[in-house]
Design a protein around this ligand. Structure first.
Ligand code: FAD
Ligand code: DHB
Length: 394
């Protein structure tokens, strides 16, 4: 078969790109290696920037998000057994974020795609992409076990960090920048109303903890654990005890407990591949870059990449000009590196490095204190967290 744009991966990046292309009258095929229930239920991010919310609304995927999502106007930083609130609208001229899980974004986009969009094939695993520098880049894949090929005008790799599209960029042109962190997160979902109205990012001598939520009755919490941690060593009681200690304040704040329904350990890394394109092959989202989750940027960066690419493909389709396509890498990388920096700063300010000295801890507390007392420094956090406008050159 042949299509205009072959999209590999049905995560947020691939699905949103398919929707944007559909709205511009460009045909495409989406290949996803997993089955639909797996793709729709993989627990991941929970925070949508203002710009992400606007894009989902504008492309017709915002209806349930607007009904069920929770608008948040700030976060709490907890350190030194006290709490400081960062007020987003006051510090950013009115910007907010939305708590709406990635699982739900994916479900909404899958439903739209299957209802009126281009073909979306589950259990279709890409093995390789060839001919990046020819007029007919080709995806070699297996659909429900049978070998197939898809020839395209353009191929977009939205296949995540472990995808295959990145290998279509010759090693002579490809550079990667990477950092790993000496800790991981243990993430849980629990059937208990959140113990807070807004997310809490906690710095404590025992390590980082984050209180997030999925709804008025489901809480999502994370705690810093050593790399290589086996979840089997963390009973429900041990998890709640540890979270309780990390969030503890002098004013007697209380963490509500409930049945834990999911537990997983997540590694943390920063990674950028440059360039994000070669010939007629493009990379978007986690296929091109990874951030540690502390700044809640991963999903939002995937969305901003495909917005840039969707516009560039629409411009090419309407005019025949490759100008915006050629600028894709440069346009995206400004925002990518801004998010890499913010995620790194948030991560290193809030976690306890196993090599950390008392001096390092004092520096972290000095930085947190600075956010609590300087409007300019708090505004820097708030602007990055709520996301810079999609059109600004970062
Ligand atoms: P993905 O969502 O990874 O989608 C890629 C898709 O491609 C997948 O569906 C995959 O099955 C498919 N695929 C892969 N290889 C192939 C192939 N060869 N052929 C066909 N299909 C293929 N961000 C946060 O902000 N907060 C969080 O708490 C958070 N938690 C995370 C937890 C985990 C375990 C992970 C991995 C990521 C987390 N992230 C988090 C990051 C965020 O979820 C990602 O940035 C986001 O999913 C990126 O979207 P994407 O569409 O680029 O990639
Ligand atoms: C969530 C994850 C994050 O990494 C974060 O910074 C905020 C919220 C979440 O899963 O809800």
């Amino acid at each position: 078969t042949h299509t205009t744009v072959g999209i590999i991966g049905a995560g947020p990046a691939g699905l949103l790109l398919a929707r944007l292309l559909h709205n511009s009258g460009i045909d495409c095929v989406v290949l996803e290696s997993r089955d639909r229930p797996y793709a729709e239920n993989r627990q991941r991010a929970g925070i949508l920037e203002q710009g992400t919310v606007d894009v989902l609304r504008d492309c017709g995927a915002g209806e349930r998000m607007d009904r069920e999502g929770l608008v948040h106007e700030g976060i709490e930083l907890r350190f030194d057994r006290r709490t400081h609130r960062v007020d987003f609208p006051a510090l950013t001229g009115g910007r907010r974020v939305m708590v709406y899980a990635q699982t739900e974004v994916v479900k909404d986009l899958v439903r739209l795609q299957l209802a009126d969009g281009a073909p979306l094939l589950f259990e279709a695993q890409a093995h390789s992409v060839t001919g990046a520098d020819t007029a007919r880049p080709t995806v070699h894949y297996a659909h429900q076990g049978r070998p197939k090929t898809l020839t395209c005008e353009y191929v977009v790799g939205c296949d995540g960090f472990h995808g295959v599209t990145r290998d279509a960029l010759p090693s002579a042109v490809r550079r990667s920048y990477e950092r790993t962190y000496p800790y991981s997160w243990l993430g849980i979902l629990a059937d208990v109303p959140p113990s807070c109205d807004e997310l809490i990012y906690a710095h404590s001598p025992r390590g980082f903890a984050l209180h997030s939520m999925r709804s008025a009755s489901v809480s999502r919490l994370y705690l810093q654990v050593p790399n290589g941690t086996d979840v089997a060593q963390w009973s429900d009681e041990r998890i709640w005890d540890e979270l309780g200690q990390r969030f503890a304040t002098d004013s007697g704040w209380k963490l509500e407990r409930g049945p834990i329904t999911a537990k997983a350990v997540l590694p943390m890394r920063s990674h950028v591949t440059e360039p994000m394109q070669y010939g007629r092959v493009f990379l978007a989202g986690d296929a091109a870059h990874i951030v540690p989750p502390t700044g809640a940027k991963g999903l939002n960066l995937a969305v901003s990449d495909v917005v840039v690419l969707g516009r560039a493909l629409a411009h090419w389709h309407a005019t025949g000009s490759r100008e915006l396509l050629d600028a894709y890498t440069d346009t995206c990388l400004r925002r990518v590196w801004r998010a890499e920096h913010f995620s790194y700063v948030m991560t290193s300010m809030l976690h306890v490095d196993p090599q950390q000295t008392a001096f390092d801890t004092r520096l972290q507390l000095a930085q947190l204190e600075r956010i609590a007392t300087s409007r300019a420094v708090a505004a820097e956090l708030a602007e990055n967290y709520t996301g810079l406008p999609f059109d600004s050159p970062a």
